[in-house]
Structure formats: C-alpha cells, structure tokens
Design a protein around this ligand. Structure first.
Ligand SMILES: Nc1nc2c(c(=O)[nH]1)N[C@H]1C(S)=C(S)[C@@H](COP(=O)(O)O)O[C@H]1N2
Ligand SMILES: [Mo]
Length: 425
C-alpha cells in the first residue's frame, strides 16, 4: 500500500512513465532553444537600444536599469529596414519557439518535482537557477505574447517587466547552458539520429545520471519521431500564422497577429494603424485650420501652419512602419519637410542636434519622444504631411507625423505639434 502511494506522487521517478523522456530528446530540444533564445535575447536588447533610452527620459521605460544599460549604442538609420528585420525576427521566432519550449519543459518535468528539494548547497543553487530558468522562460514568453495580443494589459509596465525579466531569465539560462551543454553535445554526437527509433525497438535509453529516463516505462503512445514531428508541426503552424504580419500580399495569413493582420482598408492610407486618432482622444478641432506646428531652438521659436509647411521644400522617402509588436509595413512613400531643414529654421544650419517631438495627444505613453542627432541629420527623416501621394489620414497622424529610417514605430510620433531642437528633457 505504502509503495503504491509513493509511486503515485510526482516526486517519485516511477510516476513519470513515458519512454520518450531521456537525455537524447532533452538534448535535441535544448540545442534548438539555445540557438533560438540567444537570438531572442540579442534582438530584444537591440530593440531596447533602438528606443534611444539614454537620450531622454521620455524614451526610457526602464530608468532604473543601471548597469544593464551598459551595452547601449547610438541606433543607426541604415539600413532603413533594420528595425523591421530585428523586431520581426524577435516576435516571429519567439512565437515559433513556444511548442519547443513546452516540449522541453515536458521532457524534464520529473526533475522539477524531484525531492528532497536540495541535497547540498551546490544542489540548492542548481535548483534555484532552474526555478529562475523555468519561471523566467514562462514569464518572458507570456508577457511577450500578452503584450501583442492585449496591449492594454500592462499599461506602461510591459517594458519594465519584459526587460528585467529577460536579464533574470538569461542569467539563469547562461548558468544552465554552461552546466548542460557539454553533455547535450556529447549525447547528440555519440547517438546521432539512432536514438529516434529507440523506444519503438523497445530499448531502454542509458540514463547517464540525468534522472530523465523512467524506471517504469509504459508502452509509448507516440514515437519520438512522431513527438518531434508534432512539435515541429506546431511551430510551423505558429510561424505561418504569424510571419505574414511583415509582408504585403500574405497579411491575411497572420491570424495570430491582431495588429498586423487585420484589414487596414485600401488606397494610399491603406496600411496598418497602431492607435487610431479616436482611440487616443484626438479631437477633430485640434487638427483643423487652427493647428500650428511650434518649432523651437536657441533662437526662440516659430509657429507654422500646414500651408506654411507645404511652402517649404518637400522631399520624399520610402520607409516602413515597424512596430515593437513585430508587425511592419512595406516601404510607403512619405512626403514632407526634412527634419534637418526644420532644424535650420530653429537656428541649427550646421550639425543639427537631437529633437524632442511632442504630439497633440494629451495622455498615453508615446505622446513625446526624442530623436538623436543622427536621426535628425539623415535626409530621409521627415515631418511627413502626405503618404503615397495623398494627405495623411487622421489615423496615420494628420496634420503631420515623424518618419525616421530604421527606427521603431514608437519614435514615429503622430499628430505632431511641437519640435524642440537641442533640448530633450
Ligand atoms: N502620438 C502618437 N504617435 C504614435 C503612437 C501613439 O500611440 N501616439 N504610436 C506609435 C507606434 S507604437 C507605432 S507602431 C506607429 C504606428 O503608426 P501608424 O499607426 O501610422 O501605422 O505610430 C507611432 N506614433
Ligand atoms: Mo508600435
């Protein structure tokens, strides 16, 4: 009786009976995650750098980051699709890896329940790092997915949660890789693909001290080949229902990307909208004939109507919108006044500095954003008045919006009302 009760609790290795578990399966999934999660971490850090957080408090969603900002650098303006690529990869690869992550957790689940919780100080530290590893992985994937799906869930705090969570998770991940990678590589090198069919041949896999191989194997309900096939098919399904959010023509396939897949209408302004004018409380009266743009610098300021702006030299640039949520548009033809020409009006004929951009929008996280000097100086950076040959629609930022090459969507402020050159705080 006592024996029975012991093997029906999950801390007992005999409780877990799948013959698929073992060092081989865990190693295969682990190596895939090693590559994928490293890419997620790097592109995630790049995304944070792309916000120019050290430039102005308005750009910085994690002001208390301290040393974690050690790597920040001036985000470039070329190639103009840089953020489209890096953030498209971050979100699409992240979503695609979900089945692999779940399969990896399934493959090691007996270890998570093993008792006693710690046999020694070293063992206690290893268990603690596993807690941070598993908790951190679930936390990062969950906050990422929820931010894309329901952007009202973390008002203002998503960046903090996801950024600090990423460092905690990646710290534990590095420890785990250092401890486990040599063995995983050895298992894969020695056994190669021969282990795929092992359970079908009724053979037990050597446990090699991993604690993963069940002492009481049940008959397999699916082969390893089938299990890996299911994980791969799940990943493929997520990939093909996500990746379309970055490409015209296949956007309708992006069923899992609420902001990238929906029908944005047709015509010159028929491309994705993040927040609509009505959604952020822009009143039609604010954008009518009374609207003025204030451009200021050390010489003081001037106020320009939309007609005044149209009299200035207009220039065109073909640039995409690329959102932190992973969706992006193809290049749109924007037409407007170069930021460096507006800087000249503010008194900076030579070597213009950065600019603080303010929107009509009265509340919300992205009403103000600072651009760095390299972004102001790039001749493709515009205060756009038109897109694809037509006036901007209200939802795309009429009367005027910022468009900067390679920058994340958040820096492309809509419904601009004030540009302050040289003063970013
Ligand atoms: N004033 C203001 N500008 C804004 C935003 C906003 O919420 N308010 N959202 C930004 C974000 S996150 C993106 S991705 C782009 C989207 O531009 P679009 O709606 O024209 O595609 O606008 C940016 N400009
Ligand atoms: Mo965005």
């Amino acid at each position: 009786m006592r024996y029975i009760s012991r093997i029906t609790t999950p801390d007992n290795p005999g409780f877990w009976r799948s013959p698929l578990r073992g060092p081989w399966l865990t190693s295969v999934l682990g190596v895939v995650l090693l590559a994928g999660i490293t890419l997620l971490f790097v592109t995630g850090l790049l995304s944070y750098a792309a916000y120019n957080p050290d430039l102005s408090p308005f750009n910085d969603k994690t002001p208390d980051k301290g040393l974690l900002g050690f790597y920040l650098f001036d985000w470039p303006t070329s190639p103009h699709w840089l953020y489209r690529l890096s953030q498209g990869l971050h979100v699409t690869v992240g979503i695609t890896l979900i089945p692999v992550l779940l399969a990896k957790l399934w493959s090691v689940v007996p270890k998570l329940f093993a008792l006693p919780p710690a046999r020694s100080v070293a063992h206690a530290l290893e268990r603690l790092s596993l807690l941070l590893l598993v908790g951190g992985a679930l936390f990062e994937f969950l906050t990422g997915v929820l931010n894309i799906q329901l952007d009202y869930l973390f008002p203002g705090s998503f960046y903090r949660l996801h950024f600090y969570g990423a460092w905690v998770f990646f710290g534990a991940f590095v420890v785990h890789v250092v401890l486990k990678l040599p063995k995983a590589l050895r298992v894969l090198r020695e056994r190669g693909l021969r282990d795929l069919g092992r359970e079908a041949r009724g053979e037990r896999e050597p446990d090699e001290d991993s604690g993963l191989v069940t002492p009481r194997p049940a008959a397999p309900t699916v082969s390893r080949r089938g299990a890996l096939g299911m994980v791969g098919a799940g990943s493929l399904l997520l990939f093909v229902t996500t990746a379309g959010q970055d490409f015209d023509g296949v956007r309708g396939t992006a069923l899992l990307a609420p902001h990238g897949g929906g029908d944005p209408g047709s015509g010159p302004n028929g491309f994705q909208i993040n927040k609509t004018a009505a959604g952020v409380g822009i009143q039609p009266a604010d954008t009518g004939g009374e609207w003025r743009l204030t451009v200021s610098g050390p010489r003081g300021g001037l106020r320009l109507s939309r007609d005044d702006l149209l009299q200035l030299g207009l220039h065109s640039s073909a640039l995409p919108i690329a959102c932190v949520e992973g969706w992006s548009t193809s290049d749109q033809w924007w037409r407007g006044v170069r930021l460096r020409d507006l800087a000249a009006l503010a008194g900076f004929e030579q070597d213009p500095p950065g600019v603080l951009v303010e929107s009509l929008q009265r509340s919300g996280a992205f009403r103000k954003a600072a651009l760095r000097d390299n972004q102001v100086r790039d001749p493709r950076s515009l205060l756009a008045l038109q897109v694809n040959g037509e006036d901007l629609s209200l939802d795309h930022g009429y009367p005027a919006r910022i468009i900067v090459p390679a920058a994340p969507g958040v820096l492309n402020t809509k419904w601009v009302t004030t540009l302050t050159f040289g003063e970013l705080r």
